[in-house]
Design a protein around this ligand. Structure first.
Ligand code: PLP
Length: 367
């Protein structure tokens, strides 16, 4: 039996992102039991740090075992009962995935759509909430498939007035741009570890408002997923400490250290670094004639969706970046397949070193 040699890459795609050695070292600490008092203390710290990054006081804040999509499923299986109306805003892959997941929960799914790369006007979303009267309204804050940065600060209040819960996907924005759960009146949100947190994939931090938890408590039917049922998993993360499933111990060491890194520097400085590296990349790409495919004024700092440089073949160009320069970037998905590149500046990957290297490689390739 053989194992390939795993190379050191520079991860500038849509995730996973570059992992700081401190995080990998933390993950190599001894595995202890999932009910060991030392591990429970670490879990409490993780919850507290997650609340700081989510900018919330929500009691129900924890890391689900699984990737970002497990967080998405957690939100919908717990908040939706068969027959409920869920309004989903779809302008890319992940809005579409939310609609699929809500449908599998038995929801009557209503969608509003925008062309790829465009964002929704919040007033348009609010008008649709008033018309459709959904139980839940869901939107993607950072559409990784299109590079669009969706404004969401006004929707929560309107959803609340209409009696709907407000759900956001902040998988890509979390720890790279402001995500203000309490101020924006978000009722449920999920993220993942492998994007701007710069931790390997495998955990999905989630947070639920007291209002969302009232909805969960008032359910008439049982949550159809035993694994993702908040009323069960909450008893392990909460003071009861009832065994539910074996927590992925070492992954949590990694998440804890990744959160330490975020909080040591501070949220504002971290967000500013993402913006500055985005500006540096944008200027360099512009000099090479490369255009953004996302709507002007709404580019995500951590995910740059751009046209494939004229004179470079999409697949061959990405292969050359990987093989000759060790740089991974992402290709286009869906409508952007073959037309766009997705350049990630997520977490530790948002560095001057990476931006300079990528621009130099592209100049080289353009000869
Ligand atoms: C990556 C991503 C997901 C899914 O996360 P996985 O970790 O791949 O399951 C969901 N939503 C958005 C916006 C993402 O970027």
């Amino acid at each position: 039996m053989t194992t390939p040699n795993i190379p050191q890459r520079i991860l500038m795609g849509p995730g996973p992102s570059d992992i700081p050695p401190r995080v990998l070292e933390a993950m190599a600490r001894p595995t202890i039991g999932h009910l060991d008092p030392v591990f429970l203390e670490l879990m409490d710290g993780v919850r507290d740090k997650l609340r700081q990054v989510f900018q919330t006081t929500n009691e129900t804040t924890m890391a689900m075992s699984g990737t970002g999509s497990a967080g998405m499923e957690t939100v919908f299986v717990n908040l939706v009962e068969p027959g409920d109306t869920v309004l989903v805003c779809v302008n890319g892959v992940f809005g579409n995935r939310m609609a699929q997941v809500a449908g599998r929960c038995g929801a009557k799914v209503e969608t509003i759509e925008k062309p790829w790369g465009q964002v929704f006007d919040q007033d348009e979303v609010i008008a649709t909430i008033d018309r459709v009267k959904p139980n839940v309204v869901a939107i993607v804050h950072a559409e990784t498939s299109t590079g669009a940065h969706q404004p969401i600060d006004k929707i929560g209040a309107a959803a609340r007035d209409a009696g709907a819960l407000f759900v956001i996907d902040c998988v890509t924005s979390f720890a790279g741009a402001p995500v203000k759960i309490d101020e924006w009146q978000v009722d449920a949100a999920y993220t993942g570890t492998q994007k701007c947190l710069s931790c390997p994939p495998g955990l999905s931090p989630v947070t639920f408002s007291p209002r969302a938890m009232e909805r969960v408590a008032a359910r008439k039917s049982k949550v159809q997923s035993w694994y993702l049922d908040l009323s069960l998993i909450g008893q392990y993360w909460g003071s009861e400490r009832v065994y539910h499933h074996t927590a992925p111990i070492n992954m949590l060491y990694g998440l804890d250290e990744a959160l330490n890194i975020v909080l040591e520097v501070g949220l504002d400085a971290r967000f500013e670094r993402h913006r500055a590296m985005h500006a540096l990349l944008r200027d360099g790409l512009s000099a090479l004639g490369v255009e953004y495919v996302s709507q002007d004024g709404h580019h995500l700092p951590m995910l740059n969706a751009v046209s494939v440089p004229a004179g470079i073949d999409d697949a061959a160009g990405r292969k050359q970046l990987l093989n000759d320069y060790g740089i991974e970037i992402g290709g286009g998905l869906g409508e952007f397949k073959g037309k766009a590149w997705r350049i990630g500046l997520m977490g530790a990957a948002a560095s001057k070193r990476n931006v300079t290297l990528l621009l130099a490689a592209l100049r080289d390739m353009l000869g």
